[in-house]
Design a protein. Structure first.
Ligand code: GCO
Ligand code: MG
Length: 408
């Protein structure tokens, strides 16, 4: 069996999805996602210029060997662009493998460990009342877990993940489009003073069962994060995400020494070598890698297995930058993983998105049910993608009140 061609497409409704389609001499094709948020043209170019020409003529069933060929062949190790490009190829090859077997992908991992995998949605509010409304809306839809982000009184600009305008705050999704990064100003003291009270009020309002998550988005210093984690321990969060930037792993140890709040880290990681110490030394509770950013199913499954040995559960990244293809790859891993924790899931299912990526996966009462179609269970409409053009976008940049550059 041989790979005969591979095409890269860039475009989608409000997102520059980078979609890879690998064709074979047996008529079966596989789909992969290489959407590296706000750097999409780079993964597309990496695939087109360096990887696709080598793929032609390879045996698509040899996904492990192909992964090693590209990873070792790059000489320069890791990095988000390369790993996302390898990830797209790998996802597409697993799609082909499962279609060849006539089985949904999860069967190749060892079958289902659960029928529905718990997801969390993003509840946001310009202020606390607004946030409560947003949470109520998800609870009414059957969600069992929500991530909550709240506007901070007196914060000089929008906080991470929150709109300052009440009317768009409920289903707020950050708009990255524009020809320069937007600038945000961050005031740590105001945040630390206000947020614990938010958790307290939400616990009283929603009771003990609703799972509450919160993303600090890399904004705190280790000592501040430790103090914060200690203070909010009593509100029993499901997780506290990215309290400090993940590259300083000693900082996580420091937080750990002061609090038992569950810590979730890893959305910016692209390799097992970014997180093996965090996992092996039990410094985190949830690993947040994504199939696209961390080298595809082959590599992420290795991380999941390592995590399982150390009681670290999965909580794959699922921001809207992931196309339904990588979300499907993660859904199959979630159906199988014995150490599954939760999946971030922001409703991708607009009519435009469904037209571009038809699938039978479904979300029922806050649980993701993976489809039983052979392969990933997601298709891609090449005609539909012609409607979309690439638009430039950037992550915002953040400064402290005195102008110092900080972490978005
Ligand atoms: C999350 C993330 C995102 C990131 C975005 C950056 O937990 O969903 O923090 O919201 O900001 O993915 O590209
Ligand atoms: Mg995050």
């Amino acid at each position: 069996m041989k790979i005969t061609d591979a095409k890269v497409f860039v475009g989608g409704p409000k997102k520059n999805y980078v979609t890879l389609k690998i064709m074979t001499d047996q008529g079966i094709y596989g789909l992969g996602d290489a959407t590296l948020n706000n750097r999409e043209t780079l993964t597309a170019k990496y695939l087109q210029d360096y990887l696709v020409p080598c793929l032609i003529g390879m045996d698509p069933r040899r996904s492990e060997d192909i992964w090693q060929y590209f990873y070792r062949g790059a000489y320069f190790r890791r990095g988000p662009i390369a790993m996302a490009a390898f990830g797209a190829i790998d996802i597409a090859l697993w799609d082909i493998k499962a279609k060849l077997a006539g089985l949904p992908l999860y069967e190749l991992f060892g079958g289902k460990s659960r029928e529905g995998a718990m997801v969390y949605a993003h509840a946001t509010g310009a202020d606390l009342d607004d946030l409560i409304e947003s949470i109520e809306n998800y609870v009414a839809q059957g969600y069992k877990a929500v991530r909550l982000q709240c506007g901070i009184p007196g914060m000089p600009s929008e906080s991470y993940g929150v709109s300052s305008k009440k009317e768009n705050s409920k289903h707020f999704i950050t708009n990255f489009l524009g020809d320069k990064p937007k600038e945000e100003i961050w005031d740590t003291e105001k945040y630390l003073r206000y947020m614990p009270g938010v958790f307290e009020k939400l616990r009283v309002k929603f009771g003990p069962d609703l799972k509450l998550l919160h993303d600090v988005h890399h904004r705190l210093l280790p000592r501040e994060a430790a103090e914060f984690a200690k203070e909010i321990e009593q509100y029993k969060l499901f997780w506290l995400e990215d309290p400090t930037p993940a590259e300083d792993q000693e900082a996580i140890r420091y937080i750990r020494q002061h609090s038992t709040v569950p810590i979730a880290i890893g959305e910016v990681f692209n390799s097992i070598y970014d997180c093996n110490k965090l996992i092996e030394e039990n410094l985190i509770d949830f690993i947040r890698v994504a199939c696209t950013y961390a080298g595809g199913i082959t590599h992420v499954k290795r991380i999941v297995d390592l995590a399982g040995l150390h009681n670290v559960r999965t909580g794959f990244h699922g921001a809207p930058s992931h196309s339904p293809i990588s979300m499907a790859a993660q859904a199959h891993l979630n159906a199988w993983a014995p150490n599954f924790g939760i999946q971030e899931y922001l409703v991708l299912g607009t009519p435009e998105c469904d037209a571009l990526f038809p699938s039978k996966h479904k979300l029922v009462d806050g649980l993701f049910h993976v489809s039983d179609e052979p392969g990933l269970g997601v298709d891609f409409d090449e005609k539909e993608v012609e409607k979309y053009e690439y638009s430039l976008g950037f992550h915002p940049v953040t400064r402290l009140v005195d102008g110092t550059m900080w972490n978005y």
